[in-house]
Design a protein around this ligand. Structure first.
Ligand SMILES: [Zn+2]
Length: 586
């Protein structure tokens, strides 16, 4: 028996050896060759070729294709899974965490794109035992998000940034900024991403950038989603456990981090403050689904080689944290999802609590002056010969400044098909009315709207308006949609459908036709006679007009003004105008 067993074991070993060598023998040599040490960023074709090489070499890796992007090329997802399991549902059932890394959303900031290729290569070839990072975690990498932007490399992109010498372009193939498109989904890139994101439902999400803001000695600045704006259980875990662990571990590398330097009053000495990233941004969007989202903003004045290495350390640290804290992460996300289902009060806006801060170490440069070579003027510079280290306050506590109570259902008439399409892409559960129904609902009217003069991100975003509520009986039709507010996705639902939410579909112009009046009047005697007859038949309306005339002398003796008053204030005008089409049903 024993002999047979060892034979069996031997056969198994040989078999498994054959299995892994069926693609390529483990040789521990890197497969990815990059030129970042020569300050050169990879091209799109080089990036994809590198991931294809890793896919061919390792059965634990697969380069998948999602939907299309605006330039016609597919959105890729490179997945590393120790179990060779590439089905997200089965991965989740196996109790592993999923980490997703998005690169080159701004292809002039390709630091993470390079770093991710090295990370993938090193993990797969088990460099320094790094394969163990996949014990409890599956890693998904979007090699290039703005493919159209990376295909357009030019040394004069990101003009403040000396390296790499061939940065890509900030816009995508449609000249849109993808890091404003997570809600409005104007691009195929964003639609394809949202489908992937909802399918894979990553526990931890990273979006890699470089920043050209303030200057200092740090390479890596950290911009996690603002914890108070996250669903409470994940927000508490993020701020209390994950973020401190990331700072602590990175402090042991050559790249200690500071928070993304949003200076208080333009001066580092006065402190750094975090900010709430709204759903148009990757972090603000992904947090709505209980992910732990973060951005890295590398300082673009630092050498490219350090920026790539800094991000390499961060990505390894982040995967390591996910791998070591799998149970805690899965548990807190589940708690968060369950909490969201019954949550009723949602914050729509926040304000900084400047009474609370922590103290952090900051390594800066003193300010100085030199002479402009162009004009001889005195110009302000950071003096790199005068580094300093100090401690500064970091403000990272926000409190809600505007709340809304969610209804039991939102009612979305099927006419608003672009909104329905976006809710479906986000896997929001909806119920269709099976018959025409007259329903008593709560509606918003949009008042005092000031149209923005200039477009931004392809839209005339609404940032100045007020709302008021009315209860009305409204006719709905078979096939109209009810969105129940009892879902894990409640944060997303409320943020999209409450018009005053910071990145609501209303703000992004999806409901603009509701603001226009298709009916109006001219002061023709026909209308005046009709109004006169109406006032005689409706003493209440007559009284309202008489009171208005008594209060406002400009109305007296002005038939045009009185007709306007009657039409707009006495319920004669079209109720549709400025009525926000999504109603609240309780
Ligand atoms: Zn960026």
């Amino acid at each position: 028996m024993l002999r047979n067993l060892s034979l069996l074991l031997l056969t198994a070993i040989i078999f498994s050896g054959c299995n892994s060598s069926s693609k390529q023998a483990i040789d521990h040599e890197p497969l990815v060759k990059l030129n970042y040490e020569q300050k050169i960023s990879s091209t799109y074709d080089e990036v994809i070729a590198n991931y294809q090489k890793l896919d061919e070499a390792w059965p634990e890796a697969r380069l998948l294709e999602g939907g299309l992007t605006d330039c016609g090329k597919p959105l890729h997802l490179f997945v590393m899974s120790a179990d060779r399991q590439f089905d997200p549902d089965r991965i989740r059932k196996s109790g592993k965490t999923i980490v997703m890394i998005m690169n080159a959303i701004h292809p002039g900031e390709p630091d993470g794109m390079e770093a991710s290729m090295i990370v993938a290569d090193d993990i797969l070839r088990n460099h320094n035992g790094m394969r163990q990072l996949l014990d409890s975690t599956v890693v998904c990498i979007i090699p290039v998000y703005s493919i159209g932007g990376l295909l357009y490399q030019n040394p004069w992109h990101r003009t403040n940034q000396p390296e790499p010498i061939n940065p890509g372009y900030r816009g995508n193939a449609k000249n849109l900024d993808l890091n404003r498109d997570f809600v409005k989904l104007d691009t195929e890139n964003a639609k394809s991403f949202v489908k992937l994101f909802r399918q894979w439902d990553p526990d931890v999400f990273l979006d890699t950038h470089a920043t050209n803001g303030s200057d200092h000695q740090h390479v890596v600045t950290y911009l996690p989603a603002q914890h108070n704006s996250m669903p409470e259980p994940v927000g508490r875990f993020f701020k209390g456990t994950m973020i401190p662990a990331m700072y602590k571990k990175m402090a042991t590398t050559p790249y200690p981090m500071i928070p993304y330097a949003e200076y208080t009053n333009q001066s580092p000495e006065e402190g750094i403050e975090s900010y709430v990233q709204t759903p148009r941004f990757s972090t603000g969007y992904t947090l709505l689904f209980h992910s732990l989202p973060q951005m890295i903003e590398n300082l673009c004045y630092q050498p490219y080689v350090d920026r790539v290495k800094g991000l390499y350390h961060f990505i390894i640290t982040m995967i390591g944290f996910s791998n070591e804290n799998t149970d805690a992460i899965l548990q807190v996300r589940e708690e968060s999802r369950q909490m969201a289902k019954t949550k009723r009060e949602f914050p729509l806006d926040y304000e900084l609590d400047s009474s609370k801060f922590e103290t952090i170490e900051f390594r800066g440069f003193e300010r100085g002056t030199d002479i402009s070579p162009l004009t001889g003027e005195v110009r302000s510079i950071y003096d790199y010969s005068k580094p300093f280290t100090t401690t500064i306050p970091f403000y990272d506590e926000y409190k809600p400044s505007k709340m809304v109570t969610a209804p039991n259902f939102y009612v979305v008439p099927q006419a608003w098909s672009e909104v329905i399409e976006r809710l479906k892409i986000n896997q929001i559960e909806m119920i269709r009315l099976d018959r025409d129904s007259l329903m008593e609902v709560e509606v918003y009217y949009i008042d005092n709207l000031v149209w923005s003069a200039r477009p931004s991100n392809g839209h005339h975003f609404h940032d100045r308006f007020t709302t008021r509520k009315e209860i009305q009986r409204i006719q709905y039709y078979r096939g109209d949609y009810l969105v129940p507010v009892n879902q894990e996705s409640n944060y997303f639902i409320v943020n999209m459908l409450e018009p005053e939410a910071p990145d609501s579909y209303f703000r992004w112009n999806f409901f603009d036709p509701c603001l226009e009046d298709r009916e109006w009047f001219s002061p023709h005697p026909v209308l005046e006679d009709r109004i006169f007859a109406y006032l005689n038949e409706n003493p209440g309306a007559r009284r309202l007009l008489d009171e208005a005339v008594a209060a406002d002398p400009k109305l007296a003796g002005n038939r045009m003004a009185q007709m306007y008053f009657a039409y707009t204030k006495l319920g004669l005008a079209n109720k549709w105008v400025a009525r926000y089409p999504v109603a609240r049903l309780n």
